[in-house]
Design a protein. Structure first.
Length: 215
């Protein structure tokens, strides 16, 4: 069976990192070799770009610079980690990918979606995720979780944004999910952790059963 490219998306604090272990466990118990990775990041160079993107500094970051850095990190991540794994028929799970760019730099920051689409084609050619798990919860719920988790830690550049920014991120994600219902599965992430895990498990097991039929 060929490898599949799965992305996990959702706003700040919605619970993606918490649920990655469940996803990994479902894949492993189905006998599938997989790698877990993240964006921005996933390779040493891309992790350095992540630092540039997340660390607040006195120099304002133009939205265009932010957009290009996201795709610069994605390019090295794709060529050095994601594509080689898929070529070896390994499944790849990425904590965020290009839907995050459409939601954050597009819907929230206001960069034209047509510009994002041009960069997507340039960097990814025809590669798109096979399955996207969108964890969705009201913004106040997710930000409160992030706030509790971040106590005593340094705030990153995105965490400095207002609630309206994260409302636009959420709307941007839901809009993309509505446009691509075959690729997206929207998971209600406002539930307790165990219930979100159970929904993810059921969704993923059904997807894997289908993948085993199609090869
Ligand atoms: N970004 C972008 O702008 N454009 C792009 O193209 C890409 C990214 C790829 C990366 O930050 C930032 O880059 C991100 C978007 C931007 N910024 N924002 N916002 P990151 O990777 O550091 O942060 P993140 O992706 O937003 O993830 P996060 O803040 O770490 O949240 P999370 O992984 O979704 O949540 P969590 O850490 O699993 O859970 C948060 C807390 O809630 C934690 O204490 C859990 O124990 C708790 N939790 C989790 N689930 C539950 C439930 N169900 N109930 C109760 N409590 C829960």
């Amino acid at each position: 069976m060929k490898g599949r490219f799965i992305t996990v998306e959702g706003g700040e604090g919605v619970g993606k990192t918490t649920q990655l272990a469940v996803i990994q466990q479902v894949l492993a118990s189905s006998g599938l070799e997989c790698i877990m990775t993240r964006e921005p990041g996933g390779t040493p160079r891309a992790e350095r770009i992540r630092e540039l993107l997340l660390t607040p500094t006195n120099e304002p970051m133009p939205a265009t610079c932010e957009l290009l850095l996201m795709f610069a990190a994605r390019s090295t991540h794709l060529e050095n980690i994601i594509k080689p794994a898929l070529d070896r028929s390994v499944w790849v799970v990425s904590d965020r990918f290009t839907d995050a760019t459409y939601a954050y730099q597009g819907a929230a920051r206001g960069m034209p979606l047509t510009d994002i689409s041009v960069l997507e084609d340039l960097v990814q050619r025809s590669l798109r995720p096979d399955l996207t798990l969108l964890l969705d919860a009201p913004v106040e719920v997710a930000l409160e979780r992030a706030r509790l988790r971040n106590q005593g830690q340094q705030t990153d550049r995105f965490e400095l944004e207002r609630i309206s920014f994260f409302e636009r991120v959420r709307a941007g994600y839901l809009d993309r999910a509505a446009r691509e219902p075959l690729r997206f599965r929207v998971i209600d992430a406002s539930q307790p952790i165990a219930e979100v895990s159970a929904s993810l498990r059921t969704t993923l097991e059904a997807y894997i059963a289908g993948a085993k039929v199609h090869g």
